[in-house]
Design a protein around this ligand. Structure first.
Ligand SMILES: Cc1ncc(COP(=O)(O)O)c(C=O)c1O
Length: 393
């Protein structure tokens, strides 16, 4: 396999709910949720059952034919999608959902310009990469797609200045995930909507990481009440199987004509059957509400840990999308937590990122906190006092 992933020394072989097991049958609480994919938990029985049943019926069916499993999923998705977003394009990943949004924006407006935010992450294919901010991803692949620009995330004035007669769309993540769990305020998003309406520019929300209950609502846009023209989803929508979804207002999506944007695997029945089951689980198990409640609890516990620590700068996030910013590099904390049975992600050099399955139990959160408590104390002793043992243990 290509050497493009920062590998952890762990072979994961099994998963259930918020837990995974390694090849030696050691158990871990998975606060990475497979990079935010496992919203409904690992191997949810409803997903397993749907996949098994569909695998015995029909696995592959190109979207040039109609298919019952796909129709069932599209209908369920259109029921929970933000109001007015009613035309759906199906692909296989987050970056593809973003590519579709960009092509759609250009086709609809007849203009080339896309404005993204500094700190943004939208994927790594050439179009999405052109909107992604981090130099380490962009520089080796220049020249990127022309007419993409970036503005600071906290300035509506700078945004207005950046819009020209060539601007087709603005793309934002309601909460930047890879960019450090940094939320845009409701006011910012509401003003951005007005600016886009005034200047006839499309507003794209990349909810690949924030969508599907993660932040305590089915879609993060519901917190601000702002409905974008196009929304991009992926990660968790098919309960762990690969999927990308781009949803737009009918008038916008109809700009794409037959053959202009297609995907061989997009909308295949196996994935659609899993995705229909995932929506049932999201709704019936009230996972967004659960993310809100458990997210508040998790955040309070982390904030209490912050008061006991000198190396934690800030705890932030919404629902079960939580960031903890440290004064130092978090690599040791990640590794030590892993050795004590807790898997956590980073988001930049000094931020821990928690994207656990929304089915995580309160007791599992308590275990995560007690592991972190120990690990943070150890790290603090090493960083501040040069000791390699936990003197307070
Ligand atoms: C906000 C956002 N957009 C796009 C992507 C790209 O998704 P994928 O890795 O499925 O291509 C990601 C992945 O982390 C993401 O967080």
């Amino acid at each position: 396999m290509a050497n493009v992933y920062a590998k952890k020394p762990l072979v994961i072989t099994k998963g259930k709910g918020a837990l995974v097991w390694d090849v030696y049958n050691r158990q871990y609480i998975d606060c990475t949720g497979s990079y935010g994919v496992s919203i409904v938990g690992h191997c949810h029985p409803r997903i397993v059952e749907a996949v098994k049943k569909q695998a015995e019926t029909l696995i592959s069916c190109h979207s040039s034919f109609y298919n019952d499993a796909r129709s069932r999923f599209l209908e369920k998705l259109s029921h929970i999608a933000p109001q007015g977003l009613d035309k759906i394009y199906l692909s296989n990943s987050g970056t593809e959902s973003v590519e579709c949004a960009f092509k759609l924006a250009r086709r609809f407006s007849g203009k080339p310009g896309i404005i993204a935010l500094m700190g943004a992450y939208h994927g790594k294919t050439m179009g999405a990469l052109s909107a992604t901010w981090d130099k380490k991803y962009r520089e080796p692949f220049k020249p990127l797609v022309p007419e993409f620009s970036h503005v600071p995330a906290d300035s509506l004035d700078k945004m207005e200045e950046a819009i020209t007669e060539k601007t087709a769309a603005i793309i934002v993540e309601p909460i930047r995930g890879e960019g450090g769990i940094r939320a845009l305020s409701n006011r910012y998003l509401q003003e951005l909507r007005k600016i886009c309406d005034d200047k006839h520019v499309l507003l794209i929300f990349d909810e690949v990481q924030t969508g599907f209950g993660r932040t305590g609502k089915n879609f993060a846009c519901e917190h601000s009440g702002v409905i974008p023209d196009i929304i991009c989803l992926a990660k968790s929508v098919a309960g762990g199987l690969p999927i990308g979804v781009t949803i737009a207002r009918k008038g916008v999506m109809s700009a794409l004509k037959v053959g202009e944007h297609t995907s061989t695997f997009g909308g295949n029945p196996l994935v659609c059957a899993a995705a229909a089951a995932a929506i049932d689980v999201l709704v019936e198990e009230k996972l967004a509400e659960r993310a809100n409640k458990l997210g508040n609890y998790f955040k309070e516990e982390l904030q209490s840990l912050q008061t006991r620590s000198e190396i934690i700068r800030e705890v932030r996030g919404l629902g079960l999308m939580i960031g903890v910013e440290f004064r130092f590099d978090v690599l040791n904390i990640l590794n030590k937590s892993m050795n004590k049975g807790v898997l956590i992600l980073d988001a930049g050099r000094n931020i821990l990122r928690f994207l656990p399955p929304l089915v995580i139990e309160k007791e599992q959160i308590d275990t995560v906190i007690s592991v972190l408590d120990k690990v943070v104390k150890e790290e603090e002793n090493e960083r501040l006092f040069g000791s390699t043992s936990d003197q307070n243990a």
